[in-house]
Structure formats: C-alpha cells, structure tokens
Design a protein around this ligand. Structure first.
Ligand code: ADP
Ligand code: ASP
Ligand code: MG
Length: 410
C-alpha cells in the first residue's frame, strides 16, 4: 500500500463539477489500495478576487491581514472536497494549514515552511480516512496565519510528501505534464516523460509557472518523487527525477520565458570602483530584487549599466535611479518595461558547445534584436522586445527540434 500526496490546482477545483471529479479520482486511488492526502488550491480566480477586494479597501493592505484573507480561498475548497468524498461514502477530514500545524516563519505573503506535524494525519490515514489539507498556508510560532507566495500549494504538497515520507507527490493541473515550453505559446510543444530536478528548477526560476520554484527546491532537497499530471485526462504525466535516471538526455530540455521583467539603463556613469554598488545599493535597500545585470566596457572613463527587475518594481526603481542620478554623475536614465526574457534550459549543454551561437543565429535570422544575454552551466537567457515572444519561442522550438522526442540528444 502506497502513500500518495495529490495536489489539485485552481482550475482542477474550479467548480462543483470539478470538485466532484476530483473526489472520484481520489476514490479510484483509494480503491487501488493507496492512502491519500489531498492538498487543494482555492477555486480558480478566487485568490485574485480576494486580493482585489482588499485593494478596494486599502492600496497597500497589511501583509498579516492579507494572509488572513487569502487563506480563506483554500479553506473553502477543503471543506467542499471533504463533503464530496463523504457524499460518495468515503471518510474524509479537512484541515487548514494551522490545524495540521504547518509551521512557517513570519514572512507574511511569502512564508517558508519550517516543520510539519504529522501525527494526526497519520492517525487519520490509519483509520482509513482521506485527509484534505488547505494548500498555500501555514501558521507561525505566534499562531498567525501565513501564506507561501503565489502558486504555493505546490510547495505545501511537496513539503507534506517529504514530512510523511510519501511514495509520490502528484501535482494535478490543467496540462498533462511538463512540456518543452508553455503549450499556450507553442501548441507543438511536447510533453516530457521525465525531467531532472535541476532543469525543472531552472525552468521554474526562469518563468515556467507550472510548478512553484520552492516546491522543486524542496523535492530536490528531500528527493521526493514528483509527478505533474492532468486532472482532466488520464496519463503518465511527467516525472521530475534525478539525472542518472534519465537515459537519453536531450541537450535542450525546454524553453522558459518570463514576461514579468522590465529593463533599466543608466548611461554615462564614471567608470570607477564602487559604481555598481552605488547604483544597486539603493535598489537593494528598497527591497527590490535585481535579476540580470550588464555593465559595458568603459569608454572615455564612463560606462553604461543595465539591469532588470520585476514589472511591479519598475516605477519604483526608475524613481530611485532618478533621485540618485546627480550623485551618480549619470548622463541619462532610461527604462523599457516592454521586454521578455527567453531561456533555453538543458543539462546536456554542459557537454555541448555551440548552443548559444545557434540560438543567436536563429534570432538574428528572424531580425530579433537581443538586448541582454546571460548564461550559466545549464541555461542561456536573452532579453528581447516583448512583441517577439511568440515568434522567438516558436522558431527556437523548431530550430532545436523540440517537438521530436529524442531529437538533438547527446
Ligand atoms: P494550477 O492552477 O493547477 O496550479 P498553473 O496555472 O499554476 O496551474 O500551472 C499550469 C500552467 O502552467 C499551464 O496551464 C501552462 O500554461 C503553464 N506552463 C508554463 N510553462 C509550462 C511548461 N513548460 N509545461 C507545462 N505547462 C506550462
Ligand atoms: N491559490 C494560491 C494562488 O492562486 C495558491 C495556489 O494556487 O497554489 O496563488
Ligand atoms: Mg500553480
């Protein structure tokens, strides 16, 4: 008998009909003899609706109150699913994160899980009950409700699977696995049977929101077998696993993109020690995260400096730079919020030269101008104008033969 943690995302529990379908799926797994812990998200659109209500009342609501508010979305789904299970003759119990005691730190809106009490869940499972836990939430040492950041139910599920030493953590969503790229942008994208933790972590970090970044970190750290599947159709999904378990490894596993970045440029600052710190220090002090950074080679003792931040931080960053411009001795400050970052990801890149050159040629052939480039061992990212997103992703997908299984393998 296996212990499985199943997580259902917003669309998968988006209506009474969908919740009933989830109950049926859980019962099928029970009939196969497995013990099931279900983690649920809020019904689709609910978290955004709640945040909208808060913003109507206060432009910047308190982070503590926001967590009290948005955590209710998941609580609703747990009770409805437990009822759907009971209505079908299954014993079930719903729990909030605080009831389980999913202990987190006190970083409201982006809390981290520190520990999970498992005794009562284990007792329920031993008594033959299905346990339904609210995703996305926990409780801090003071007893305040916390939430784990957008998409956080993935992390609740993986953390529970790790704490319970589950045999598998299954993430049910509206796609039937992890694809070579977002199928909404490239309909010819191909489902991967397997992908390494490392690649999935890069994909998630570079914008593929199919799994929350922290859930992949957690799964890798505790070696939790993780699978992404569809709650709408049956199938094997995608297993996220260790590198040595993948026999035929492609050079490129996928293409990720991030629409949520904006670019800032400071021209003509003195090319002297400390200039990067002088520019980015005030940005960091305002709690703004910087992603890509580029400093040009100095000419005539001055240099240009470009970096990217999240869209939501764009105006604030511009204001900070303008306020500092005189002190920095900058000639010009400009920005461009209409950019995207597109990245090729693959562990096979480590042993393969020429991937970057090929990527740049493919983009050049389409007359797509590259504004920034950054590389690491298993990824290459470029920043281009956002109007080229679809064109760039589709041509790269085609040029690297990603629609063909086993193509371009090492
Ligand atoms: P859920 O509500 O179930 O958590 P999400 O919307 O968070 O679902 O994640 C699923 C979505 O992730 C898909 O609908 C898809 O558009 C998007 N996505 C982005 N990149 C990928 C990818 N490489 N493979 C599969 N889905 C992806
Ligand atoms: N409901 C939360 C969100 O929309 C958490 C989740 O769905 O994972 O971000
Ligand atoms: Mg999600």
């Amino acid at each position: 008998m296996a212990l499985i943690v199943q997580k259902y995302g917003g669309t998968s529990v988006g209506s009474v009909e969908r919740i009933s379908a989830v109950a049926e799926r859980v019962i099928r797994a029970r009939q196969a003899g497995d013990s099931i812990v279900v983690v649920v998200s809020a019904m689709s659109g609910e978290t955004n609706r709640l945040i909208g209500l808060a913003k109507e009342i206060q432009a910047r609501p308190s982070e503590r109150e926001l967590d009290v508010l948005v955590s209710t979305g998941e609580q609703v789904t747990t009770a409805l699913l437990a009822m759907a299970l009971e209505a079908r003759g299954q014993c079930a119990r719903s729990y909030t994160g605080a009831q389980v005691k999913i202990l987190t730190d006190s970083a409201f809106n982006k809390a981290r899980i520190q520990a999970i009490e498992t005794q009562s869940i284990m007792a329920d499972l031993a008594a033959g009950r299905v346990v339904v836990v609210a995703g996305f939430q926990g409780v801090n040492a003071e007893g305040d409700i916390t939430t784990l950041g957008r998409g956080g139910s993935d992390t609740s599920a993986v953390a529970l699977a790790a704490a319970l030493k589950a045999d598998e953590c299954q993430i049910y969503t509206d796609v039937d696995g992890v694809y070579t790229t977002d199928p909404r942008v490239e309909p010819r994208a191909r489902r991967l049977d397997k992908i390494t933790f490392e690649e999935m972590l890069e994909m998630a970090s570079l914008g593929s929101k199919v799994l929350q970044i922290r859930s992949v970190e957690f799964a890798g750290k505790y070696n939790v077998p993780l699978r992404v599947l569809s709650s709408f159709v049956d199938g094997p999904g995608t297993l996220i696993t260790l590198e040595d378990e993948i026999l035929e490894q492609a050079v490129i596993s996928g293409i990720a993109f991030n629409r949520d970045e904006a670019q800032l440029t400071i021209k003509g600052v003195p090319d002297s020690p400390g200039i990067a710190y002088a520019i980015l220090g005030p940005v960091a002090a305002a709690n703004i995260e910087v992603d890509m950074i580029l400093q040009n080679v100095g000419v005539d003792n001055t240099t240009d400096f470009t970096f990217t931040v999240q869209h939501g931080d764009y105006d604030k960053t511009l204001d900070i730079l303008r306020a500092e411009a005189e002190k920095l001795g900058a000639r010009e400050i400009s920005g461009n919020p209409k950019i995207v970052k597109i990245s090729l990801v693959g562990v096979g890149m480590r042993s393969h030269a020429g991937i970057a050159a090929k990527m740049f040629k493919v983009l050049a052939d389409e007359q797509i101008n590259i504004r920034m480039i950054s590389t690491s061992e298993i990824k290459i990212s470029v920043v281009v104008d956002d109007k080229y997103l679809e064109l760039a992703v589709r041509t790269l997908h085609d040029a690297f033969n990603l629609e063909e299984a086993g193509a371009f393998t090492r």
